[in-house]
Each structure stands twice: as structure tokens, then as C-alpha cells.
Design a protein around this ligand. Structure first.
Ligand SMILES: Nc1ncnc2c1ncn2[C@@H]1O[C@H](COP(=O)(O)OP(=O)(O)OP(=O)(O)O)[C@@H](O)[C@H]1O
Ligand SMILES: [Mg+2]
Length: 158
């Protein structure tokens, strides 16, 4: 499924709608270039999960943990040199655990991602501006069901 975003606010909102329906153990893997809007989307997911704290980019800390209606683990693999560095962080504990894990620059650590997950790619349009296309690719049955639910919510015109 593809969603169009015309502003940072809209990207945040698409994230928020997703965050609202995520269940414990969910793995959300974001890919997209510098400034695509991954962190904006992640902030929306956090809001949808009920996180009240301000969510900042974890580029330098690699991982930040928040508490909403469940834990929210926000990772950024930009500075990691490969999948083994993600493994070193012990992130199997995050994936499949008691919270939601969202990772930016997931393509940098593709080999360390769980098989079942939701891949999301954010692409900016050819011209500098605010248009983005956000593509969702579910991997595994659980995420296919999630995307069905998400599609229904998105289409219901929220
Ligand atoms: N449609 C849009 N969706 C998201 N962000 C947008 C959009 N239009 C403009 N922007 C702007 O683009 C920037 C996106 O920044 P953000 O930090 O979310 O990117 P990122 O993909 O996380 O980058 P990085 O790889 O550096 O972490 C923000 O300044 C935001 O205001
Ligand atoms: Mg970011």
C-alpha cells in the first residue's frame, strides 16, 4: 500500500494512525534518504502509542526507549556499520518483546531484521518540496492483517 503525504504534519498523522493499532512485539522498519521523514513518522507512531514524552531522533544514541501504552523502542541504524552491530545491541530482545520496535535506516542492517515485520519506505518526490510517498510492505501474516486494518482506518477518512 502507498500513501501520499503532502506535509510533515500528514506524515506524522499517518504514523499516529499506525501507532494506534500496533500490538506488542511489532517490528516497524523504516527506510528512506536523509530528511525523507522517517523521524517525523516515528514521532507519529509514538503519539499513537500514547507516548507523552518528546521523541527525538536517536541518530547519536542509536536507541531510545519511551513508555506509552507499552514500551516504544526507537532505533536509528544510520551509524551502525552492519547487521552484526545491531545484533550486538541485543535487539532480538526488542523485536518480538513486550513493546513496539521502530528502526530508522533499517536497510543498513537488513540481515539483522526479523523475518516478520512491516517495511516502510519513504520517498521524496523528484523536486524539493513536501511531497512524499510512503510505501508499506508487510512481511508475514501478522503484518498482512495489520495492513488490512490500517487500510480500513486510512480509507475511513480519518
Ligand atoms: N511530507 C513530509 N513528510 C515528512 N517530513 C517532511 C515532509 N515535508 C517536509 N518535511 C520535512 O522534512 C524533514 C524530515 O526530517 P526527518 O528528521 O523526519 O527525516 P529522516 O528521514 O528521519 O532523516 P534522517 O535520515 O536524517 O534521520 C523535516 O524537516 C520535515 O519538516
Ligand atoms: Mg531520522
Amino acid at each position: 500500500m502507498d500513501l501520499k503525504s503532502e506535509s510533515a504534519r500528514q506524515t506524522f498523522y499517518w504514523g499516529e494512525l499506525l501507532g494506534a493499532i500496533l500490538e506488542a512485539g511489532a517490528a516497524i522498519c523504516l527506510t528512506g534518504g536523509l530528511g525523507a521523514g522517517k523521524t517525523v513518522f516515528a514521532k507519529g507512531v509514538g503519539k499513537g502509542l500514547g507516548v507523552k514524552e518528546i521523541i527525538n531522533s536517536p541518530t547519536f544514541t542509536i536507541i531510545k526507549e519511551y513508555q506509552g501504552r507499552m514500551p516504544f523502542y526507537h532505533l536509528d541504524a544510520y551509524r551502525l556499520k552492519g547487521p552484526s552491530e545491531l545484533d550486538d545491541l541485543g535487539c532480538e530482545e526488542y523485536f518480538d518483546g513486550n513493546g513496539v520496535t521502530l528502526i530508522e535506516w533499517a536497510d543498513q542492517v537488513a540481515g539483522a531484521l526479523p523475518q516478520d515485520r512491516l517495511d516502510i519506505t519513504i520517498c521524496a518526490g523528484p523536486e524539493a518540496g513536501e511531497i512524499r510517498v510512503i510505501s508499506f510492505t508487510p512481511r508475514g501474516e501478522r503484518y498482512r492483517r495489520l495492513m488490512e486494518e490500517y487500510g480500513t482506518i486510512v480509507r475511513s477518512g480519518n
